[in-house]
Design a binder for this molecule. Structure first.
Ligand code: PYC
Length: 313
Protein backbone atom coordinates (compact mmCIF):
# COMPACT_ATOMS: atom_id res chain seq x y z
CA UNK A 1 0.00 0.00 0.00
CA UNK A 2 1.46 3.37 -1.05
CA UNK A 3 0.77 6.21 1.35
CA UNK A 4 1.69 9.86 1.71
CA UNK A 5 1.69 11.37 5.18
CA UNK A 6 1.11 15.00 5.98
CA UNK A 7 0.10 17.10 8.93
CA UNK A 8 -2.37 19.95 8.98
CA UNK A 9 -1.68 22.38 11.80
CA UNK A 10 -0.14 19.44 13.67
CA UNK A 11 -2.87 16.86 13.01
CA UNK A 12 -1.64 13.93 10.87
CA UNK A 13 -3.25 12.50 7.73
CA UNK A 14 -2.20 9.37 5.84
CA UNK A 15 -3.48 9.35 2.26
CA UNK A 16 -3.68 5.95 0.54
CA UNK A 17 -2.77 6.60 -3.09
CA UNK A 18 -2.38 2.98 -4.27
CA UNK A 19 -2.92 -0.55 -2.99
CA UNK A 20 -6.08 0.24 -1.04
CA UNK A 21 -9.27 -1.83 -1.17
CA UNK A 22 -11.21 -1.94 -4.43
CA UNK A 23 -14.61 -0.53 -3.46
CA UNK A 24 -16.03 -0.41 -6.98
CA UNK A 25 -18.02 2.56 -8.23
CA UNK A 26 -21.09 4.52 -7.20
CA UNK A 27 -21.85 6.98 -4.43
CA UNK A 28 -19.09 7.48 -1.89
CA UNK A 29 -21.50 6.73 0.98
CA UNK A 30 -22.05 3.24 -0.48
CA UNK A 31 -18.35 2.71 -1.07
CA UNK A 32 -17.67 3.75 2.54
CA UNK A 33 -20.19 1.11 3.69
CA UNK A 34 -18.35 -1.51 1.61
CA UNK A 35 -15.04 -0.39 3.15
CA UNK A 36 -16.54 -0.69 6.65
CA UNK A 37 -18.16 -4.08 5.97
CA UNK A 38 -15.52 -5.91 3.92
CA UNK A 39 -12.18 -4.21 4.41
CA UNK A 40 -11.99 -3.04 8.01
CA UNK A 41 -8.72 -4.97 8.39
CA UNK A 42 -7.16 -2.65 5.78
CA UNK A 43 -8.37 0.44 7.67
CA UNK A 44 -6.70 -0.92 10.80
CA UNK A 45 -3.60 -2.00 8.84
CA UNK A 46 -3.15 1.54 7.49
CA UNK A 47 -3.57 3.64 10.64
CA UNK A 48 -3.17 1.49 13.73
CA UNK A 49 0.06 0.47 15.44
CA UNK A 50 2.58 -0.82 14.54
CA UNK A 51 2.39 1.12 11.22
CA UNK A 52 0.42 4.05 12.58
CA UNK A 53 -0.79 5.50 15.87
CA UNK A 54 -4.08 6.58 17.44
CA UNK A 55 -4.01 10.22 16.28
CA UNK A 56 -3.50 9.28 12.63
CA UNK A 57 -6.46 9.93 10.30
CA UNK A 58 -6.51 7.95 7.08
CA UNK A 59 -7.95 8.94 3.74
CA UNK A 60 -8.61 6.54 0.89
CA UNK A 61 -8.25 8.36 -2.41
CA UNK A 62 -11.11 7.25 -4.72
CA UNK A 63 -12.25 7.88 -8.27
CA UNK A 64 -15.04 10.45 -7.97
CA UNK A 65 -18.46 9.45 -9.36
CA UNK A 66 -18.94 13.07 -10.45
CA UNK A 67 -16.41 13.87 -13.22
CA UNK A 68 -16.37 17.56 -12.21
CA UNK A 69 -14.58 16.52 -9.02
CA UNK A 70 -10.81 16.30 -8.71
CA UNK A 71 -11.04 13.40 -6.26
CA UNK A 72 -13.20 11.33 -4.00
CA UNK A 73 -12.12 10.53 -0.47
CA UNK A 74 -13.22 8.32 2.41
CA UNK A 75 -11.80 9.30 5.79
CA UNK A 76 -11.27 6.89 8.67
CA UNK A 77 -9.39 6.65 11.95
CA UNK A 78 -8.16 4.22 14.58
CA UNK A 79 -11.65 2.86 15.29
CA UNK A 80 -13.74 3.30 12.15
CA UNK A 81 -15.03 5.59 9.44
CA UNK A 82 -15.58 9.32 9.92
CA UNK A 83 -17.78 11.64 7.87
CA UNK A 84 -15.90 14.64 6.57
CA UNK A 85 -12.50 15.66 7.78
CA UNK A 86 -11.44 19.29 7.49
CA UNK A 87 -7.79 18.91 8.36
CA UNK A 88 -7.68 15.80 6.15
CA UNK A 89 -9.07 17.71 3.17
CA UNK A 90 -6.39 20.37 3.61
CA UNK A 91 -3.84 17.53 3.77
CA UNK A 92 -5.36 15.98 0.64
CA UNK A 93 -4.99 19.25 -1.28
CA UNK A 94 -1.34 19.72 -0.33
CA UNK A 95 -0.59 16.06 -1.05
CA UNK A 96 -2.18 16.18 -4.52
CA UNK A 97 -0.11 19.30 -5.25
CA UNK A 98 3.01 17.52 -3.95
CA UNK A 99 2.28 14.69 -6.41
CA UNK A 100 1.91 17.23 -9.23
CA UNK A 101 -1.70 16.15 -9.80
CA UNK A 102 -3.24 19.59 -9.21
CA UNK A 103 -2.26 23.22 -9.51
CA UNK A 104 -3.40 26.34 -7.67
CA UNK A 105 -7.07 27.21 -7.74
CA UNK A 106 -10.43 25.68 -6.90
CA UNK A 107 -11.13 21.93 -6.84
CA UNK A 108 -14.18 19.88 -5.92
CA UNK A 109 -14.03 16.74 -3.81
CA UNK A 110 -16.62 14.01 -3.18
CA UNK A 111 -17.01 12.69 0.35
CA UNK A 112 -19.52 10.24 1.81
CA UNK A 113 -21.39 13.16 3.44
CA UNK A 114 -21.47 15.46 0.42
CA UNK A 115 -19.48 17.65 -1.92
CA UNK A 116 -16.78 19.91 -0.54
CA UNK A 117 -14.27 22.06 -2.33
CA UNK A 118 -10.85 23.50 -1.69
CA UNK A 119 -8.76 26.36 -2.97
CA UNK A 120 -5.05 25.71 -3.08
CA UNK A 121 -3.89 29.20 -2.08
CA UNK A 122 -0.18 28.38 -2.06
CA UNK A 123 2.01 25.31 -1.72
CA UNK A 124 0.92 24.82 1.89
CA UNK A 125 -2.10 27.01 2.47
CA UNK A 126 -5.59 25.78 1.64
CA UNK A 127 -9.11 27.09 2.11
CA UNK A 128 -11.80 24.43 2.20
CA UNK A 129 -15.50 24.99 1.77
CA UNK A 130 -17.23 22.38 3.85
CA UNK A 131 -20.63 20.70 3.68
CA UNK A 132 -23.56 22.74 4.97
CA UNK A 133 -23.43 22.88 8.73
CA UNK A 134 -26.04 23.66 11.37
CA UNK A 135 -26.88 23.69 15.04
CA UNK A 136 -29.22 20.85 15.91
CA UNK A 137 -29.85 21.62 19.60
CA UNK A 138 -29.02 24.57 21.82
CA UNK A 139 -28.00 24.17 25.46
CA UNK A 140 -28.56 20.43 25.79
CA UNK A 141 -27.81 19.21 29.31
CA UNK A 142 -26.19 15.87 30.03
CA UNK A 143 -25.64 14.51 33.51
CA UNK A 144 -22.07 13.21 33.60
CA UNK A 145 -21.21 10.76 36.41
CA UNK A 146 -18.52 12.22 38.65
CA UNK A 147 -18.81 15.64 36.99
CA UNK A 148 -22.48 16.70 37.19
CA UNK A 149 -24.63 18.44 34.59
CA UNK A 150 -22.75 19.69 31.52
CA UNK A 151 -24.46 22.07 29.08
CA UNK A 152 -23.56 22.25 25.40
CA UNK A 153 -24.87 22.68 21.89
CA UNK A 154 -25.16 19.82 19.42
CA UNK A 155 -24.12 20.69 15.86
CA UNK A 156 -23.29 19.10 12.52
CA UNK A 157 -20.13 20.20 10.71
CA UNK A 158 -19.59 17.05 8.63
CA UNK A 159 -19.41 15.02 11.86
CA UNK A 160 -21.57 15.31 15.00
CA UNK A 161 -20.26 17.50 17.80
CA UNK A 162 -21.18 18.36 21.38
CA UNK A 163 -19.75 21.84 22.04
CA UNK A 164 -19.38 23.06 25.59
CA UNK A 165 -17.78 26.04 27.29
CA UNK A 166 -17.67 24.16 30.62
CA UNK A 167 -13.90 23.50 30.70
CA UNK A 168 -12.68 21.69 33.82
CA UNK A 169 -9.25 23.36 33.67
CA UNK A 170 -7.30 25.86 31.56
CA UNK A 171 -6.94 24.77 27.93
CA UNK A 172 -3.18 24.22 27.94
CA UNK A 173 -1.22 21.29 26.60
CA UNK A 174 -0.34 20.13 30.15
CA UNK A 175 -4.06 19.50 30.72
CA UNK A 176 -4.50 17.13 27.78
CA UNK A 177 -4.86 13.98 29.97
CA UNK A 178 -7.48 15.73 32.16
CA UNK A 179 -9.33 17.15 29.14
CA UNK A 180 -9.30 13.74 27.47
CA UNK A 181 -10.81 12.09 30.56
CA UNK A 182 -13.40 14.89 30.89
CA UNK A 183 -14.44 14.78 27.23
CA UNK A 184 -14.55 10.96 27.26
CA UNK A 185 -16.88 11.07 30.28
CA UNK A 186 -19.16 13.54 28.44
CA UNK A 187 -19.19 11.37 25.32
CA UNK A 188 -20.00 8.23 27.34
CA UNK A 189 -22.78 10.06 29.21
CA UNK A 190 -24.30 11.41 25.97
CA UNK A 191 -24.38 7.89 24.60
CA UNK A 192 -25.85 6.40 27.77
CA UNK A 193 -28.54 9.11 27.91
CA UNK A 194 -29.48 8.53 24.27
CA UNK A 195 -28.63 12.15 23.37
CA UNK A 196 -27.93 12.03 19.67
CA UNK A 197 -27.75 14.05 16.49
CA UNK A 198 -30.27 13.98 13.64
CA UNK A 199 -31.70 10.56 12.73
CA UNK A 200 -30.28 9.09 15.92
CA UNK A 201 -26.67 9.61 14.86
CA UNK A 202 -24.15 9.14 17.69
CA UNK A 203 -22.37 12.31 18.81
CA UNK A 204 -18.81 11.10 18.52
CA UNK A 205 -16.77 14.33 18.72
CA UNK A 206 -16.61 16.50 21.86
CA UNK A 207 -15.35 20.09 21.81
CA UNK A 208 -14.44 22.04 24.91
CA UNK A 209 -13.94 25.78 24.42
CA UNK A 210 -11.98 28.33 26.40
CA UNK A 211 -10.02 31.53 26.12
CA UNK A 212 -7.48 31.84 23.29
CA UNK A 213 -3.77 31.95 23.99
CA UNK A 214 -3.06 34.68 21.41
CA UNK A 215 -4.62 38.17 21.38
CA UNK A 216 -5.58 37.88 17.70
CA UNK A 217 -7.40 34.54 18.11
CA UNK A 218 -11.06 34.29 19.06
CA UNK A 219 -11.14 31.02 20.94
CA UNK A 220 -9.17 27.90 21.86
CA UNK A 221 -10.60 24.41 21.85
CA UNK A 222 -9.84 20.86 22.85
CA UNK A 223 -11.40 18.30 20.50
CA UNK A 224 -11.82 14.64 21.38
CA UNK A 225 -12.19 12.37 18.34
CA UNK A 226 -13.87 8.95 18.28
CA UNK A 227 -11.22 6.43 19.32
CA UNK A 228 -9.90 8.61 22.14
CA UNK A 229 -7.24 10.70 20.38
CA UNK A 230 -7.39 14.49 20.59
CA UNK A 231 -7.19 16.64 17.49
CA UNK A 232 -3.86 18.46 17.23
CA UNK A 233 -5.47 20.92 14.80
CA UNK A 234 -8.52 23.04 15.68
CA UNK A 235 -10.59 20.42 13.76
CA UNK A 236 -12.11 21.58 10.48
CA UNK A 237 -15.48 19.95 10.98
CA UNK A 238 -15.44 21.06 14.63
CA UNK A 239 -14.72 24.66 13.65
CA UNK A 240 -17.58 24.40 11.14
CA UNK A 241 -19.89 23.22 13.94
CA UNK A 242 -18.69 26.15 16.08
CA UNK A 243 -19.38 28.62 13.26
CA UNK A 244 -22.90 27.17 12.94
CA UNK A 245 -23.54 27.83 16.64
CA UNK A 246 -22.07 31.34 16.49
CA UNK A 247 -24.20 32.11 13.42
CA UNK A 248 -27.35 30.69 15.03
CA UNK A 249 -26.82 32.92 18.08
CA UNK A 250 -26.12 36.00 15.93
CA UNK A 251 -22.62 36.20 17.37
CA UNK A 252 -20.81 36.08 14.01
CA UNK A 253 -21.83 37.75 10.74
CA UNK A 254 -21.44 36.18 7.29
CA UNK A 255 -17.91 36.86 6.02
CA UNK A 256 -16.61 37.77 9.48
CA UNK A 257 -13.41 35.91 10.36
CA UNK A 258 -13.18 33.56 13.34
CA UNK A 259 -9.73 32.40 14.45
CA UNK A 260 -9.88 29.08 16.26
CA UNK A 261 -6.87 27.78 18.18
CA UNK A 262 -6.22 24.13 18.89
CA UNK A 263 -5.00 22.76 22.20
CA UNK A 264 -1.43 22.88 20.84
CA UNK A 265 -1.87 26.50 19.70
CA UNK A 266 -2.17 25.92 15.94
CA UNK A 267 -4.91 27.86 14.17
CA UNK A 268 -7.64 27.74 11.55
CA UNK A 269 -9.38 30.82 10.23
CA UNK A 270 -13.07 30.29 9.55
CA UNK A 271 -15.94 32.23 8.08
CA UNK A 272 -19.37 31.38 6.76
CA UNK A 273 -22.10 32.30 4.28
CA UNK A 274 -25.77 31.49 4.77
CA UNK A 275 -27.11 28.70 2.58
CA UNK A 276 -30.53 28.99 0.96
CA UNK A 277 -32.05 26.63 3.50
CA UNK A 278 -30.89 28.68 6.49
CA UNK A 279 -27.86 26.54 7.28
CA UNK A 280 -24.30 27.78 6.92
CA UNK A 281 -21.61 27.08 4.36
CA UNK A 282 -18.35 27.22 6.33
CA UNK A 283 -14.89 27.96 4.90
CA UNK A 284 -11.81 27.01 6.85
CA UNK A 285 -8.24 28.04 6.03
CA UNK A 286 -5.16 26.26 7.34
CA UNK A 287 -1.75 24.92 6.37
CA UNK A 288 -0.53 21.39 5.69
CA UNK A 289 2.94 19.94 5.10
CA UNK A 290 3.94 16.62 3.58
CA UNK A 291 5.93 14.60 6.10
CA UNK A 292 6.65 11.32 4.34
CA UNK A 293 6.07 8.86 1.54
CA UNK A 294 5.99 5.16 2.27
CA UNK A 295 5.06 1.68 1.17
CA UNK A 296 3.28 -0.21 3.94
CA UNK A 297 3.94 -3.95 3.92
CA UNK A 298 1.49 -6.66 5.05
CA UNK A 299 3.20 -10.03 5.39
CA UNK A 300 0.84 -13.02 5.54
CA UNK A 301 2.43 -14.52 8.66
CA UNK A 302 2.74 -11.22 10.56
CA UNK A 303 0.51 -11.64 13.64
CA UNK A 304 -0.15 -7.88 13.48
CA UNK A 305 -0.61 -7.70 9.70
CA UNK A 306 -3.97 -6.00 10.31
CA UNK A 307 -2.65 -3.61 12.94
CA UNK A 308 -3.20 -3.85 16.67
CA UNK A 309 -6.97 -3.81 17.07
CA UNK A 310 -8.02 -3.10 20.64
CA UNK A 311 -11.55 -4.42 20.28
CA UNK A 312 -12.25 -4.03 24.01
CA UNK A 313 -10.89 -0.47 24.22
O1 PYC B 1 -10.41 18.35 10.91
O2 PYC B 1 -12.50 17.77 10.65
C1 PYC B 1 -11.39 17.57 11.10
C2 PYC B 1 -11.15 16.34 11.88
C3 PYC B 1 -12.04 15.36 12.20
C4 PYC B 1 -11.36 14.42 12.95
C5 PYC B 1 -10.06 14.84 13.08
N1 PYC B 1 -9.94 16.02 12.42
Amino acid sequence: MRVIDSHTEGEPTRLIIAGGPDLGHGPLAERRERFRRDFDHLRSFAVNEPRGYDALVGGLLCEPADPSCTAGIIFFNNVGMIGMCGHGTIGLAVTLAHLGRIGPGAHRVETPVGLVSFDLLSRNEVRITNVESYRFAKAAVVDVPGIGPVTGDIAWGGNWFFLTGNAPCPLVSGSIPQLTAHATAIQTALDAAGIRGADGAPIDHIEIFGKPGEPDSDSRSFVLCPGGAYDRSPCGTGTSAKLACLAADGNLAPGQRWVQESIIGSRFTGEFAWSQGGRIVPSITGRAYVTGEATLIREADDPFRDGIRLVDR
